[in-house]
Design a protein around this ligand. Structure first.
Ligand SMILES: Nc1nc2c(ncn2[C@@H]2O[C@H](COP(=O)(O)OP(=O)(O)O)[C@@H](O)[C@H]2O)c(=O)[nH]1
Ligand SMILES: [Mg+2]
Length: 208
């Protein structure tokens, strides 16, 4: 497994609606996008920071349920001597119990508009909290994303919160229930970065 080096990682923009999504570049094809999708507080922002080795690039939330915007980040990777341009996309979290019912009802259209309508979106990292396992939302989303022609890679977050011996079994369960590769990660214990990058990059189309 090649260690992925980060040549560049920068915030690009935040979008409240499709009109705000980054447009096509002046020249050439748009960079492929990897989106991070999961319930509020599952560890999306922390995981992106871990992947790009920039602690403060994505703001992590002390107040769960507060990130309603879709945030776009530009990254340039160095993988085994090759350079690769990507966008990482931090999607709004879903399913946070303490927001109002109305607010909860808004996550699906916002997230689904992006997942279904973004041509350059190639891979969706679907995050599953190690302590909760895959719940109904994730079990519904995984096949829905796949049906829209995007690859799913499951990331099992906060694995430091479950005993080591349970992790392989949990990964096997997630693989089966979401019909996707599943990688055990922990930002706190620095576990799974290389393996997750390897799965995400393997799911991307070849660079044009
Ligand atoms: N124990 C543990 N906590 C984590 C880990 N990753 C994130 N967290 C915590 O989970 C909370 C939510 O993280 P955040 O990245 O903001 O989640 P988001 O709402 O999905 O973007 C924060 O308090 C993080 O410190 C991890 O690997 N292990
Ligand atoms: Mg977040």
């Amino acid at each position: 497994m090649d260690t992925v080096r980060i040549a560049l990682a920068e915030y690009e923009r935040s979008a409240a609606s499709p009109a705000d999504w980054p447009g096509p570049p002046d020249e050439g094809p748009p960079p492929a996008e990897i989106a991070f999708c999961g319930r509020s507080n599952v560890g999306k922002s922390s995981l992106i920071n871990f992947l790009v080795e920039r602690k403060g690039l994505v703001r992590t939330s002390r107040t769960p349920g507060r990130t309603r915007l879709t945030n776009f980040f530009r990254v340039e990777l160095l993988v085994g001597g090759a350079r690769r341009s990507l966008r990482l996309v931090d999607l709004p979290g879903f399913g946070y119990a303490k927001v109002s019912k109305d607010e909860r009802a808004t996550w699906r259209p916002a997230i689904e508009a992006y997942l279904a309508g973004r041509a350059q979106l190639a891979v969706v990292a679907l995050l599953v909290d190690a302590r909760r396992g895959p719940e109904l939302d994730e079990r519904e989303l995984a096949p829905w994303i796949a049906a829209h022609g995007k690859r799913v890679v499951a990331a099992i977050t906060k694995s430091d919160q479950v005993p080591k011996h349970e992790r392989p079994l949990l990964a096997a369960r997630v693989r089966k229930e979401l019909a996707a590769p599943a990688v055990v990660v922990s930002v706190n214990d620095q576990i799974g970065r290389d393996e997750l990058w390897s799965r995400l990059l393997a799911a991307l189309p070849a660079d044009p």
